[in-house]
Design a protein around this ligand. Structure first.
Ligand code: AMP
Length: 116
């Protein structure tokens, strides 16, 4: 499977469609999920063309991966989720329920989340 340059997150990265931005630097973009499943539901995406969690971890260099997760933790702290806790989810591929084929991490918090 090759990367679809017209997936919705690629279009957000190209600023063809808007997002409610939380954070951006040269490597990542974070924005509010359009259909939040918790009081705080943020999506964090790398700017590189990675299809999924698996693709990201198979092909991104170690510095890119470390930077990504460091920023996820910083964003969680910025939204004051660190003390009460939060959840991060990466749906991967068809069986994982991934709908948008650009790697993204869901950051959920602001309430006690239900179990799976
Ligand atoms: P997944 O099922 O893991 O691929 O999650 C895709 C997520 O992207 C869902 O939670 C959607 O609500 C969210 N989403 C889809 N389109 C947009 C958009 N334009 N802006 C923000 N979030 C979006």
């Amino acid at each position: 499977m090759s990367y679809d340059v017209n997936n919705i997150f690629a279009r957000i990265l190209r600023q063809e469609i808007p997002c409610k931005k939380v954070f951006e630097d040269e490597k990542i973009l974070a924005f509010h999920d359009i259909c939040p499943r918790a009081p705080i539901h943020i999506l964090i995406i790398p700017k590189g063309e990675y299809i999924s969690f698996h693709d990201f971890h198979s092909h991104a260099d170690a510095e890119t991966v470390a930077h990504f997760y460091q920023k996820v933790a910083e964003i969680a702290a910025e939204f004051k989720l660190d003390e009460a806790g939060y959840r991060v989810i990466a749906n991967c591929g068809l069986n994982g329920g991934q709908e948008v084929p650009h790697y993204h991490l869901h950051l959920l918090g602001g309430t006690k989340l239900g179990g799976f």
